[in-house]
Design a protein around this ligand. Structure first.
Ligand SMILES: Nc1nc2c(ncn2[C@@H]2O[C@H](COP(=O)(O)OP(=O)(O)OP(=O)(O)O)[C@@H](O)[C@H]2O)c(=O)[nH]1
Ligand SMILES: [Mg+2]
Length: 359
């Protein structure tokens, strides 16, 4: 990536202003400027490594969240804002829901639960190349329950669940069909009110051009897509936008993400390290900006063992050097990165350390 994508400089976006307060409420008697505006939070959930972050970046057309072939790459919810005339969708990329083996893992799952709380649209992502497993079923169940729970009085609440079968570029059509059908049966079996109307036939209909469903089916829609090639993604975007409820913009018109610049730089460093990492190393790595005197930025890289430190540095510092070069390419010109590797045993078990890292 040749130019800096992603968030604006630190401090410019401090998260969304309270609903309705973007330009202040209209004085009594005046027309509400946001009366016909529609907006909402769209949480993208799924097992680790199914392609959630790749999909979010693809939908936004810019990189706001890091991706890698390693599971549990995303460690906190990242919000990216999709602007359309009269519409604003806040896409929430979440960590992969998994069986936690550390305090960090529990924290990641907590982020998923939070993102599904009071969500406007839930996008459950599955990997077409892997048979539907217990983890996927849990994701579908949680997402279906979440959209079915609220808000009260909204008809067709399950319409707010979109199921995406991703990686169709590397899966056989038969595998894609199987996954769509398995997802639909799971949703139907989830015991969520309204879900029974969705059957495998609805999912089979969806296997054609993106997002088709039975005309009589009031519920969930299914989308075969490739987040990498972009195939089928437009249909997901259309479906998301069509489901946004009435509401004011949550972010200013020029906001792309709520990720602070310092966190973003640390994430870019971690992304490059994940690209070269092996075995147990991905989970052991954490990055944090410890000094920010732009253009000089100091990033601390945490690992859990001396042997991992050696891997991250590489022979003669080769790995660190490559990482620095790749990250600098994605930052504004002139950035000077200082990368320091520190060993800290069991940091993944320490809530205070996890807080400090921003996960
Ligand atoms: N072939 C193919 N690969 C994909 C597709 N989408 C994502 N990937 C790859 O799958 C891997 C995981 O992608 P991510 O977007 O990081 O997955 P994630 O679901 O965000 O993973 P976690 O953050 O770990 O939960 C990366 O190597 C991606 O390049 C796709 O549509 N096709
Ligand atoms: Mg991710």
């Amino acid at each position: 990536m040749a130019e800096a994508h992603g968030p604006p400089p630190a401090g410019e976006v401090d998260g969304p202003p309270p609903a309705g307060e973007v330009d202040g409420p209209p004085p009594a008697g005046e027309v509400d400027p946001w009366a016909s505006f529609r907006s909402g939070f769209v949480s993208v959930v799924g097992r680790p490594n199914v392609g959630k972050s790749t999909l979010v970046n693809r939908i936004l057309g810019t990189k706001v969240t890091i991706t890698s072939p390693r599971p549990n790459t995303t460690r906190r919810s990242v919000r990216g804002v999709l602007h359309r005339p009269g519409l604003q969708a806040v896409l929430v990329d979440t960590p992969g829901l998994h069986k936690p083996r550390s305090t960090l893992g529990e924290r990641l799952n907590d982020h998923v639960a939070e993102a599904l709380d009071e969500v406007d649209v839930a996008v459950a992502v599955l990997d077409a190349t892997m048979a539907l497993g217990p983890g996927d079923r849990l994701v579908l169940q949680r997402a279906a329950t979440s959209v079915a729970e609220g808000p009260p009085g909204v008809p067709d609440r399950l319409r707010r669940l979109l199921v995406v079968v991703n990686k169709v570029d590397v899966a056989s059509p038969a595998a894609v069909l199987r996954q769509l059908a398995a997802a639909a049966s799971t949703v139907a079996a989830a015991g969520v009110p309204g879900a029974a109307a969705v059957g495998p036939e609805g999912a089979q209909a969806a296997a054609g051009a993106g997002g088709a469903r039975e005309p009589s089916d009031p519920g969930v829609e299914y989308f075969p897509v490739s987040a990498v090639t972009g195939a089928g993604v437009d249909a997901v975007v259309e479906a998301v936008l069509a489901r946004l409820p009435a509401g004011p913009p949550y972010f200013p018109a020029d906001a792309v993400t709520d990720v602070p610049e310092a966190f973003w730089v640390a994430e870019l460093v971690r992304e490059q390290l994940l690209a070269v990492a092996r075995e147990e190393l991905p989970h052991a790595i954490a990055c944090r900006v410890t000094e920010w005197e732009w253009p000089r930025v100091r990033v601390e890289i945490l690992v859990e063992r001396e042997s991992q430190k050696a891997m991250v540095i590489g022979r003669g510092g080769r790995v660190l050097k490559e990482v620095g070069t790749s990250v600098r390419r994605q930052l504004p010109p002139g950035a000077y990165l200082e990368l320091h590797v520190t060993v800290e045993r069991r940091w993944q078990m320490r809530p205070d350390r996890i807080d400090q890292l921003g996960y």
